[in-house]
Ligand binder design. Structure first.
Ligand code: BES
Ligand code: MG
Ligand code: ZN
Length: 477
């Protein structure tokens, strides 16, 4: 696809997208192209409304935005247009922007257009390419302002999100830990970050005992993935951020096998997916920061070699862990991920992201992720970044009153309280135990927002939650 800027539609022929605020619906300006007069009875620019007319061989799609519109809603409207009106796209498209659109509006619109190309039918024989993805497709921005750089950024964001849709939606017999390490290597060499992989033997030598306890019960070898990004131009006072993502390619529960909800557990690497997507995007945008990211990838499976409830295992940080429930596996691999990150790379800020608990879903539903941190700056910046793009977070406490939930009689700590209360909080307290009292650590439990239902498919699918949030947070630091 090629992006061009046009100052008017005089020589354009094809489909024209015309986003309109309600306050401008009766404005002559939007009605003045090619002498089209649209009565406000037919199109009042209410949110989610649209109106299509054909004139002089062009198709004009008027898109209602209401009085004001939030980033996420705007992006969804454009995703909808791109996904459901693609038969009108042909091989070119014009986006008509009046002066009242800001950068973030333009970013949301163009990201939405690219996201609309997503097709869940990965294994269908008659899979068709969306016209927008064709290398000859002409995308024209018709505006008095220059939106080229924001358009390019919008496409980079959506491209990273599309990568993550695919990683999360592909089935667990495709997306194994080795698939993810190959993806990381390919993407690292394409976009510019380094990748190091520790397989089973190397993880054993390194002492990643909690990670291997989870991964050893599967035919698919666990992969501890380490990624490092440094910008091409290195600044003096560059910030160093550490990311850790849960990369469970499938969560059967292990020997504490799941009764309900197992079907959807290919989504249990979505936190890792968010970290992979953020690494792609950060490198693509060449952000002036240093980022070290770890995604421990494993399948939590049922096997003679699986770890047992009541096992006591050793962690990378040297602390012993009593296994109460093999289904509380995410916190085990993250514990080793966090310890490894802190001991070897000492980042200034740390964010981990994981589909960690059903309890976070029971608490907050599908509207936001749960945010745990004692660092006020991080809490504010994470929430602000999320609010700006519709990937919201809401805080839950990390009080020491919850510490007793993970105290073990036999070992240093246990992986589950055994009680059906405050599960997201005790999981966060477990992770905190492995952060070596780092003062700038935040944990995001995204079990309710990483995978779900929407208008774009019949079955639950990936949202790529976290890709943009982590990137924006890092940009805002
Ligand atoms: N992967 C699940 C959490 C999850 C739930 C992710 C719903 C996505 C949607 C996690 O590993 C898990 O099994 N958590 C258990 C923990 C419990 C056994 C302490 C849970 O939340 O029930
Ligand atoms: Mg589990
Ligand atoms: Zn899990």
């Amino acid at each position: 696809m090629k992006i061009n800027t046009l100052s008017n539609l005089n020589h354009f022929s094809g489909t024209v997208l015309i986003p309109v605020f309600e306050t401008d619906a009766s404005n002559n300006h939007i009605n003045s192209y090619n002498d089209i007069e649209i009565s406000t009875k037919l199109f009042s620019a209410k949110k989610d409304s649209h109106y299509i007319i054909e004139k002089n061989n062009n198709i004009y799609i008027y898109i209602g935005l209401g009085k004001t519109i939030e980033y996420k809603a705007l992006k969804t409207i454009f995703r909808r247009i791109s996904s459901k009106q693609k038969e009108h796209f042909g091989n070119n498209l014009a986006l008509l922007l009046t002066d009242n659109f800001e950068d973030n509006h333009v970013e949301a619109m163009i990201s939405g257009l690219l996201l609309g190309t997503y097709n869940l039918g990965h294994f269908k024989v008659d899979r068709k390419l969306h016209p927008f993805l064709d290398s000859d497709f002409d995308f024209n921005i018709v505006s008095a302002k220059d939106h080229q750089s924001i358009a390019k950024k919008a496409l980079k964001i959506a491209k990273a999100q599309l990568s993550v849709y695919e990683l999360v939606d592909l089935p667990p017999n495709t997306v194994t830990p080795k698939y993810l390490s190959a993806w990381a290597k390919d993407t690292g060499s394409k976009y510019g970050f380094q990748v190091e992989i520790l397989g089973y033997e190397a993880s054993k030598i390194a002492g990643l005992g909690a990670f291997l306890a989870v991964g050893k019960g599967s035919e698919n070898e666990p992969q501890f993935i380490i990624m490092k990004y440094t910008p091409k131009v290195v600044a003096q006072s560059m910030k160093h951020i550490g990311l850790v993502g849960k990369g469970i390619t499938f969560d059967t529960g292990g020997l504490n096998i799941k009764t309900a909800g197992m079907l959807h557990m290919k989504c249990d690497m979505a936190g890792g997916g968010a970290v992979f997507g953020a690494m792609q995007l950060i490198a693509d945008l060449q952000l002036p920061v240093q980022v070290t990211a770890i995604v421990p990838c494993a399948e939590n499976s049922v096997d003679a070699k699986s770890f047992l409830p009541s096992d006591v295992i050793n962690s990378y940080g040297g602390h012993s862990i009593e296994i109460i429930d093999t289904d509380a596996e995410g916190r085990l691999i993250l514990a080793d991920g966090l310890s490894y990150l802190i001991k070897n790379f000492k980042p200034e800020y740390i964010v981990d992201i994981a589909t960690l608990t059903g309890s976070s879903v029971a608490t907050l539903g599908f509207e936001c992720g749960a945010l745990f941190t004692n660092n006020i700056e991080m809490s504010q910046k994470l929430q602000q970044s999320g609010d700006a793009i519709g990937e919201r977070l809401w805080p839950l406490p990390l009080w020491d009153a919850y510490k007793s939930d993970i105290e073990s009689d036999i070992a240093d700590v246990k992986n589950y309280s055994g009680k059906p209360v405050a599960g997201a909080i005790s999981a966060a307290k477990f992770l905190e135990y492995f952060t070596q009292e780092h003062t700038a650590w935040a944990h995001l439990d995204i079990a309710g927002v990483a995978f779900g239902d929407d208008e774009f498919a019949k079955s639950k699918h990936a949202t790529a939650y976290g890709v943009h949030l982590l990137t924006k947070f890092i940009e805002n630091l």
